[in-house]
Design a binder for this molecule. Structure first.
Ligand SMILES: CC(C)(COP(=O)(O)OP(=O)(O)OC[C@H]1O[C@@H](n2cnc3c(N)ncnc32)[C@H](O)[C@@H]1OP(=O)(O)O)[C@@H](O)C(=O)NCCC(=O)NCCS
Length: 176
């Protein structure tokens, strides 16, 4: 199965992706824009995490490959609820190669949402986005997500609590 949108392909995580993943998880600028908190990750912990990937049936973790720049990031569905057909979306693109604003985030998200609706029969995909993460909210709005509400002061970062905005998209709402 190939998951593709224009010049972007989503593929399974390989052992050779560990450096890219570890670089992104330990990168303070990226960490600052995502809701989950992360501890520094060692290469040992990264390897253990990789070994456990196969056992988790409620997560789909993919690498974002581009025709021009190779592997640039990761996009995942987590908390897959197979009964109620919903799941949480997460995306990270490396800030190392001056890649932001070139449309790769939108293309990767469209590819995964389409796959989630058409192949996994999901009904709803949602994201929790830090209120100050304007790029991510713009991306979600542009491809058809609707703003659902605010989780007030749900994330503590840099000595402050921040609101999380909940965005979701239902089957049939994707702007292709
Ligand atoms: C969020 C992220 C995935 C966006 O990826 P991207 O490849 O830059 O996205 P796109 O190029 O498809 O741009 C999507 C929209 O956001 C806008 N955008 C991008 N960067 C922006 C910025 N810094 N400020 C405001 N808008 C921005 C783009 O202009 C575009 O809107 P437009 O088509 O109306 O112009 C990327 O910035 C990233 O990985 N950031 C770090 C991790 C993160 O924030 N993850 C999301 C957590 S919820």
């Amino acid at each position: 199965m190939i998951i593709k949108h224009e010049d972007v392909t989503l593929r399974a995580v390989e052992e050779s992706d560990m450096e890219l993943l570890r670089e992104m998880i330990n990168n303070p600028e990226i960490e600052n824009m995502v809701a989950g908190s992360s501890f520094p990750v060692s290469s040992f912990a990264q390897r253990k995490w990789f070994e456990n990937l196969l056992n988790n049936k409620n997560e789909l973790r993919l690498i974002i490959d581009t025709d021009t720049y190779g592997s640039i990031g990761t996009i995942t569905l987590t908390k897959i609820d197979w009964k109620n057909r919903n799941s949480q979306l997460n995306i990270k693109i490396t800030n190392k190669k001056d890649l932001y604003g070139k449309g790769y985030g939108s293309k990767a998200t469209k590819a995964l949402i389409k796959y989630a609706f058409e192949q996994l029969n999901m009904q709803c995909i949602y994201s929790h986005i830090l209120e100050y993460n304007i790029a991510s909210q713009r991306l979600h709005e542009k491809i058809g997500f609707k703003k659902e509400g605010i989780l007030r002061e749900r994330v503590y970062k840099n000595s402050k609590y921040h609101n999380l905005i909940v965005w979701s998209i239902l089957k049939g709402e994707l702007n292709e």
